[in-house]
Write a protein that binds this ligand. Structure first.
Ligand code: PBG
Length: 333
C-alpha cells in the first residue's frame, strides 16, 4: 500500500467506501429504474414515420407504429407513454377546433394503444391548444392576448374527449389559471373520478422547447412569438411554489416541473415543501443538446443519459418524462 498510517492523519478517508464497485453499490443513495420513466411519443397521421432533425433518434410515428412502441413499453416495463400529436397544418385553425374533435389524431391513437396494451401501460395526454392552433399559442387569442377563461372551457372539453378515448392521465401544459380545478370538475361530473390529473404546475417560458415545437410543427405558427404571458419567468422560484400550491388545492394528483436539468432546484424545493408525487420533464432541447454533443464525439451518450436522469432522482423527482426512455429501459432491463 502506498497510503500508510501516519499518526492520526487522516482518520476519515472518504475514498475507503469508493474503492470497489461492490462498496459503491452498497452505499449508493439514489437509483434510476424503469419504473421512473414516462416516454413521450410524437404521432402523425401519415403512413410513414418521419425523423425529427433536431431530435436525433426520435421520430414522428404513424398510429400502427405507436401501437408497436406501446407493446415494447409494456415488455420493457415502462409505466407510461405520453402522446403528442403532430397535427396536419391543414387542420390547424385560429380556434383550434380540432383539439375537441373526438376523432382527432391523439384520440384515435389513445384508442389504438389501449386496445394493444390495456392497463399494462398508462397513457398520458397533454392538454393545451398549441398542436391545433394556427398561431401556435396554447390558448384562444383575442385582440392579440391569450385569453384565460375562454381557453379553460376548451381545455375542459379537450380533457374530456381524451379521457373518453381511454387516456389515463391528463396533463395540462397550458399554464392557464384555474384549469386544474375546472378540468377536475368536468371529469368528475362526467363520471371520470378516477382519472389522474398531472399538472404541469411549474412550467417555465423556456427556450429549451425549440425542438418539440419543430416536432409538432408549431414553431412556424408561433412565428417568433413567445408564451411569456402564461408560462413562468425563468428568474423565479417562489412563484413556482405558489403555482404548485394552487394546482394541489384545485385537485392535482401529481405535479411536474419543466424544463428539467436547468430547473433541478425547483424540483428539490417542490418535493421538500409539498411531499407529493413530483415529476420532471427532460425536454426536447435538453435531449437535443446531449445528443448533439454525443454526435460530435464530445460526450459519451450512454453515460450522460444515465447521469442526467439520475440527477433528477437525486433532486427528488419520482419520475421523469424523457425522450431517452426506451434507450434507458433497454439498458436497465
Ligand atoms: C405544449 C407543450 C410543449 C412541450 C410540452 N407540451 C411546448 C410549449 O409549451 O411550447 C415541450 C416539451 C419539450 O420541449 O420536450 N404546451
Amino acid at each position: 500500500m502506498f497510503d500508510t498510517p501516519r499518526g492520526d492523519f487522516p482518520a476519515t478517508r472518504m475514498r475507503r467506501l469508493r474503492r470497489h464497485d461492490w462498496s459503491r453499490r452498497l452505499i449508493r443513495e439514489n437509483h434510476l429504474a424503469v419504473d421512473d420513466l414516462i416516454w413521450p411519443i410524437f404521432v402523425i397521421d401519415r403512413p410513414q414515420s418521419e425523423p425529427i432533425v433536431s431530435m436525433p433518434g426520435v421520430e414522428r410515428l404513424p398510429i400502427d407504429q405507436v401501437r408497436r412502441a406501446a407493446a415494447e413499453a409494456a415488455e420493457l416495463g415502462i409505466p407510461v407513454l405520453a402522446l403528442f400529436p403532430a397535427t396536419d397544418s391543414a387542420l390547424k385553425t385560429e380556434d383550434a377546433a380540432e383539439a375537441v374533435n373526438p376523432e382527432n389524431l391523439v384520440c384515435r391513437t389513445v384508442r389504438a394503444v389501449k386496445e394493444e396494451v390495456g392497463d399494462a401501460v398508462g397513457v398520458l395526454c397533454d392538454v393545451a391548444l398549441d398542436p391545433y392552433s394556427s398561431h401556435g399559442q396554447d390558448g384562444l387569442v383575442r385582440n392579440g392576448y391569450v385569453t384565460n377563461d375562454l381557453t379553460v372551457e376548451m381545455l375542459c372539453q379537450q380533457s374530456l374527449i381524451q379521457v373518453e378515448a381511454g387516456c389515463d392521465i391528463v396533463a395540462p401544459s397550458d399554464m392557464m389559471d384555474g384549469r386544474i380545478g375546472a378540468i377536475r370538475n368536468t371529469l368528475d361530473e362526467n363520471g371520470h373520478v378516477q382519472v389522474h390529473v398531472m399538472a404541469y404546475a411549474a412550467k417555465y417560458a423556456s427556450a429549451f422547447y425549440g425542438p418539440f415545437r419543430d416536432a409538432v410543427g408549431s414553431s412556424g405558427n408561433l412565428a417568433g412569438g413567445d408564451k411569456k404571458t402564461y408560462q413562468q419567468d425563468p428568474a423565479n422560484t417562489n412563484e413556482a411554489m405558489h403555482e404548485v400550491a394552487l394546482d394541489l388545492r384545485e385537485g392535482a394528483d401529481s405535479v411536474m416541473v419543466k424544463p428539467g436539468m436547468p430547473y433541478l432546484d425547483i424540483v428539490r424545493r417542490v418535493k421538500d415543501q409539498f411531499s407529493v408525487p413530483t415529476f420532471a420533464y427532460q425536454v426536447s432541447g435538453e435531449y437535443a443538446m446531449l445528443n448533439a454533443a454525443a454526435q460530435m464525439g464530445w460526450l459519451d451518450r450512454e453515460q450522460v443519459m444515465l447521469e442526467s436522469l439520475l440527477a433528477f432522482k437525486r433532486a427528488g423527482a419520482d419520475g421523469i418524462l424523457t425522450y431517452f426512455a426506451r434507450d434507458v429501459a433497454r439498458l436497465l432491463g
